[in-house]
Design a protein around this ligand. Structure first.
Ligand SMILES: Cc1cc2nc3c(=O)[nH]c(=O)nc-3n(C[C@H](O)[C@H](O)[C@H](O)COP(=O)(O)OP(=O)(O)OC[C@H]3O[C@@H](n4cnc5c(N)ncnc54)[C@H](O)[C@@H]3O)c2cc1C
Length: 369
């Protein structure tokens, strides 16, 4: 019987694993892919995570991460506004960041099982049975860190998975001419596209689009040509950049609906507990923060392998809701200002009024932790 099994080795899974293993708890982590690998993500991390990462020796400074403190917002027809970001963030690819944290997890004593997909998780007689393809593993606790959408959501019959989700996302790495210290958010009909620097003189170009827009256009190149290029900023980026991947990374069925932080006694962390809309540039910081509070809550309740499950779960739910519920809700409301000409022009006008822009950013961002 392992103490803790973690399903999913993204930021939430890896940070939970590292913090718990460093406290002497036995941790097994299952990740269905093999590191390093690319993910669909804007790859801009809010600086709110920096003190935590530095204190724990998890800040990847050797990768010379790009510091970003300016924001450029454009509307679907190319109106724009610039803003200085008070807190700012840094850019690093998930390929590098997740691989770096995976190595830290191994160094911390985590039993990392990669290339292994968890098929099901069942709770009975006060422990979990974790079903893999060819064996079943038992653990006292399970952390669900399996991201925005997983086959486990279906197995657990989670309510958000019952409905079709109307968004897809596309990511590229490009070589282009753009300031290192700026993150751009370009609107187009039915979506928005972020661009910011990562390592190796490369930029991340990543967009979220309504699936209906893709359906109307037929395929991704047509959609980019017919819809994204209507924004002159995006047209220029697509025409004047060198694309590093042969084909883009694409994911479908992205849902921003409410989820529960604990289901069937599984303690959810990161996107499995709730996903903030990508325009906030904050999902990674939230995944890391949620892993910090979850692992601390577990350690506070842990005594020689014994713990009060009910108290642990209710304390985590309370803390998760206090820190994140309102931020997710605000993000969904702000997203309504994106993706149409009128609304995105309004957003550009609002962004020109610094106190308004700052208070909108403040609704979705946390403080440094
Ligand atoms: C288009 C887009 C742009 C974004 N841009 C940004 C941004 O710029 N900044 C930002 O901060 N956030 C951004 N985000 C959000 C950010 O990517 C997520 O919030 C973050 O990755 C969440 O981390 P996680 O660890 O919860 O999940 P993930 O990083 O998704 O990790 C989950 C892991 O679980 C694994 N897994 C799933 N099922 C199983 C299984 N059954 N068995 C084993 N393993 C499994 C997966 O392979 C995956 O590795 C963006 C999101 C989208 C969609």
């Amino acid at each position: 019987m392992t103490d803790i099994a973690i399903v999913g080795g993204g930021l939430a899974g890896l940070i939970n694993a590292i913090l718990l293993a460093r406290k002497g708890v036995s941790v097994v982590l299952f990740e269905k892919k093999n590191y390093p690998f690319h993910r669909v993500c804007g790859e801009y991390i809010s600086n709110e995570v920096v003190p935590f990462l530095k204190q724990n020796g998890l800040y990847p400074d050797h990768l010379a991460v790009a510091q970003i403190n300016k924001f450029l917002l454009t509307s679907t027809n190319g109106r724009h506004s610039d803003l200085d970001l008070d807190l700012g963030g840094f850019g690093i690819s998930r390929y590098e960041l997740d691989h770096f944290l995976f190595q830290k997890a191994i160094d911390s004593g985590v039993d990392c099982r990669t290339g292994i997909s968890v098929e099901n998780v069942e709770f009975s007689e006060n422990h979990f049975n974790i079903q893999l393809k060819s064996e079943t593993v038992q653990s006292k606790l399970v952390i669900g860190a399996f991201g925005k959408r997983s086959k486990l959501d279906k197995k657990l019959n989670r309510s958000f998975i019952q409905r079709k989700s109307p968004y897809l996302a596309v990511k590229y790495h490009i070589k282009t001419d753009f300031p290192d210290d700026t993150i751009a958010l370009h609107n187009f009909k039915g979506g928005y596209c972020g661009m910011s620097k990562v390592e190796n003189d490369t930029y991340n170009l990543c967009y979220l689009s309504a699936s209906s827009v893709l359906k109307e256009s037929g395929n991704i190149p047509e959609m980019e040509e017919q819809i994204l290029h209507k924004n002159p900023f995006l047209k220029s980026i697509f025409k004047n950049s060198k694309f590093v991947f042969d084909v883009p990374l694409v994911i479908n069925e992205i849902s921003f609906e409410n989820k529960l932080p604990v289901e069937n006694h599984i303690l959810m962390s990161g996107d499995s507990a709730g996903m903030i809309v990508p325009l906030c540039g904050n999902g990674m910081a939230m995944a890391i923060h949620s892993a910090k509070i979850l692992s601390e809550t577990i350690i506070n309740h842990w005594s020689n392998g014994e713990f009060d499950r009910e108290k642990l779960e209710s304390e985590y739910v309370k803390m998760w809701n206090k820190l994140f519920y309102f931020r997710l809700w605000s993000g969904r409301k702000i997203q309504a200002l994106f993706g149409s000409t009128t609304a995105s022009n309004l957003a550009v006008n609002l962004a020109r009024i610094k106190p308004v822009a700052n208070s909108l950013l403040g609704l979705t961002h946390g403080k440094e932790f």
